[in-house]
Ligand binder design. Structure first.
Ligand SMILES: Cc1cc2nc3c(=O)[nH]c(=O)nc-3n(C[C@H](O)[C@H](O)[C@H](O)COP(=O)(O)OP(=O)(O)OC[C@H]3O[C@@H](n4cnc5c(N)ncnc54)[C@H](O)[C@@H]3O)c2cc1C
Length: 413
């Protein structure tokens, strides 16, 4: 009987869990190592989904029914006075990060998942690969899957030239309980995907499951993501500086963002956005922001290391594809391994070819969709026609469009 193959998965978020479950189902022995010390389900964020994400979940045996999210049937763009500029029928399922995490985590036998394990470095030899952790322990396998996100420690060791690139803007985010939304705003936008397009900016707001992933009317939440240009050297450090004067680099914990910075953002929301959307921004109890970066890797397999999910490629969130891409990466890896039994490196070549092509294309598309926001940091005379184009009819159709409808992503190599 063949010896059971061992895979070490670094990072126990969605990418790591998709990969671990896929390989476990294939008969591999998997061990997941997550830096954070306890359950990640409290990570809150609303996410757009694609049908392909649900296909991968079903393939793993996870039930996908109406409780998976909140469906929006149409999109509406409102001007700053709250007048409807455009309506488009375009159904999409919106869910919450934790609603995908929970079943994936529960599916993997608990003994294979290790919290509080920070990877320091990897060492590869002819027979296998060893992961070394900060607590002095180590683990060994035939394959190491780096699912440790955009700042991947594994990638920085094996592919140091691949670095995240700042997009020139940030996303303010926040979420409000359905019960806190006024009846007028509820009637105007709650069941819809609402857009606001001040010059050079992009505001998206949509319903998501509420606390404990509740999708019952009255118990849901409404989420916003507001993309705003932000100079990396001049403005970002001020936003990321807490009340004690300490600057947190590009990412400050939400509770440390100063009241002044939040008040300034809300005042600008009042001036620039529809009153219905402003109400969401005003009532969100703890708005926070994320600097937007993207990332391309010149290779996504290096020896016995596989880069997967955000560790491999990060597209700007306009394509709403991060979680779906991580799921498809994991599926492709499992299929490549199944198709080349006994030839690990042939399987990895196949994975590298397929997923690198997809990653490159999806990053290019997301840069195009965000080009007009990024261009705000350039003098107007240097902006191209594409960088000036933020027509609602384009934005409403292209943001988070269905994967099957995007020719540039579906086309064969
Ligand atoms: C503003 C915004 C909006 C978004 N909207 C959407 C959307 O609508 N739809 C969508 O699909 N996606 C969206 N995304 C993207 C999505 O959140 C990510 O693509 C997805 O979570 C990627 O998962 P991952 O597992 O690859 O990486 P991550 O979720 O980043 O997980 C990496 C894990 O590795 C762990 N780790 C890191 N270093 C180490 C180490 N040294 N040792 C051990 N563990 C380590 C971390 O703790 C973490 O748990 C959005 C992102 C942003 C910023």
């Amino acid at each position: 009987m063949n010896k059971q193959q061992r895979a070490l998965v670094i990072g126990g978020s969605l990418g790591g869990l998709f990969a671990a479950n896929m390989l476990h189902a294939l008969g591999w022995h998997v061990e997941v190592f997550e830096r954070v010390g306890d359950d990640l389900a409290t990570r809150g964020a609303g996410i757009g989904t694609h049908d392909e994400l649900f296909s991968v979940m079903r393939r793993l045996g996870i039930a996908v029914d109406a409780s998976i999210g909140v469906e929006v049937r149409e999109r509406v763009c409102l001007d700053h006075a709250g007048k409807v500029l455009l309506e488009v029928a375009l159904p999409q399922m919106m869910t919450a990060w934790a609603r995908i995490y929970r079943p994936l985590k529960d599916l993997l036998p608990a003994a294979h998942y290790h919290f509080g394990m920070n990877l320091d470095r990897v060492e590869e030899d002819a027979d296998g690969i060893t992961a070394m952790f900060s607590d002095g322990s180590s683990a060994r396998g035939e394959l190491l899957i780096a699912a440790d996100g955009i700042r991947s420690s594994v990638r920085s060791q094996v592919l140091p030239q691949a670095q995240p690139r700042y997009a020139g803007y940030i996303a303010w985010r926040g979420v409000v309980d359905e019960s806190a939304v006024s009846p007028q705003t509820h009637a105007a936008i709650f069941d819809r995907y609402a857009f606001g397009l001040p010059i050079g900016e992009m505001m998206l707001a949509y319903p998501v499951p509420g606390r404990d992933n509740d999708v019952r009317p009255g118990h849901r939440s409404y989420n916003f993501v507001w993309y705003r240009p932000c100079d990396f050297a001049k403005k970002l450090p001020r936003l990321a500086t807490d009340a004690s004067g300490h600057c947190h680099g590009v990412s400050i914990p939400p509770q440390l963002i100063t009241l002044g910075v939040v008040a300034e953002m809300r005042a600008e929301a009042k001036a620039l956005l529809a009153p219905q959307i402003y109400e969401i921004v005003e009532r969100a109890p703890q708005p926070f922001f994320q600097a937007i970066f993207d990332l391309e890797s010149p290779r996504i397999t290096i020896g016995r290391v596989v880069l997967l999910g955000d560790a491999a490629f990060v597209a700007r969130p306009h394509v709403g594809m991060g979680v779906t891409k991580a799921a498809l990466d994991a599926q492709c890896l499992a299929q490549s391994l199944a198709a080349a039994p006994g030839d690990l490196f042939a399987a990895l070549e196949q994975y590298d070819r397929e997923r690198r092509l997809f990653g490159t294309r999806v990053v290019a598309r997301s840069r195009r969709l965000g080009a007009y926001i990024e261009a705000q940091l350039k003098p107007p005379e240097l902006r191209t026609a594409e960088e000036c184009d933020q027509r609602p009819e384009i934005v409403l159709r292209e943001i988070g469009a269905k994967l099957a409808n995007i020719d540039e992503l579906a086309a064969p190599a």
